[in-house]
Ligand binder design. Structure first.
Ligand code: ADP
Length: 198
């Protein structure tokens, strides 16, 4: 709840000052998709590439954030929303700091992703739908989570016992069934060169 006696304090150094110092714009690459679709793998590979290009980046990864900032949250619809709300607010601070942020969260609900998008100016929130059929994700199962979800030991597992709402108009769609990690990284870099003057 916002307290009426809390007043925003204007700061002299702005996002634009910080961006000038870094010599690039700041924005967010918001990866969304099923578990094991490839969000963390792609975000990590893309961050390596951007780093080599002298871009200042930070990667917020769902599994890691849930061990710290959001360790009090479960996988109910309400807590998933709170998970995304906090991550989006943290992302906003990083973008204000002049950083290119990569986020890797399932973020299964459209309304929650929309809530995140609304925190940013137009063009700053770049939604990347990491598309991969459930059967392929389940076959990959790098952490054995699908197996556990099928056996009933993980409740509310996205794609099995909880919904995933596909993005309607994401800025970028990547297909991890038919393209390699390197091909997809190049696809995203091409987009950024065209749209963000990278
Ligand atoms: P998520 O973060 O979406 O849960 P992960 O990145 O943790 O997914 O796991 C995806 C798994 O799929 C990894 O084991 C990765 O090596 C594998 N994989 C196979 N092909 C691809 C691809 N084209 N893009 C991304 N990941 C892939």
């Amino acid at each position: 709840m916002v307290k009426s006696n809390v007043v925003w304090h204007t700061q002299s150094i702005t996002k634009e000052h910080r961006q000038r110092l870094k010599k690039h714009k700041s924005f967010v690459l918001w990866f969304t998709g099923l578990s094991a679709s490839g969000k963390s793998t792609l975000a990590n590979a893309l961050e390596c590439k951007l780093h080599k290009m002298n871009i200042h980046t930070y990667l917020l990864d769902g599994d890691n954030i849930r061990q710290g900032l959001n360790k009090d949250l479960d996988f109910s619809k309400k807590d998933r929303r709170e998970n995304i709300r906090r991550v989006a607010e943290v992302t906003k601070l990083f973008v204000d700091a002049g950083i290119v942020v990569l986020t890797a969260f399932i973020s299964p609900y459209r309304t929650d992703r929309e809530m995140a998008r609304q925190l940013f100016n137009p063009g700053v929130f770049i939604e990347i739908y990491v598309k991969c059929p459930l059967e392929i994700c389940e076959k990959r199962d790098p952490k054995g989570l699908y197996k556990k979800a099928r056996s009933g030991s993980i409740p509310l597992f996205t794609g099995i016992s909880a919904p995933y709402e596909e993005p309607v108009k994401p800025e970028i769609v990547v297909d991890t069934q038919n393209n390699t990690v390197n091909e997809i990284v190049d696809q995203i870099i091409d987009y950024l060169k065209t749209k963000q003057n990278l």
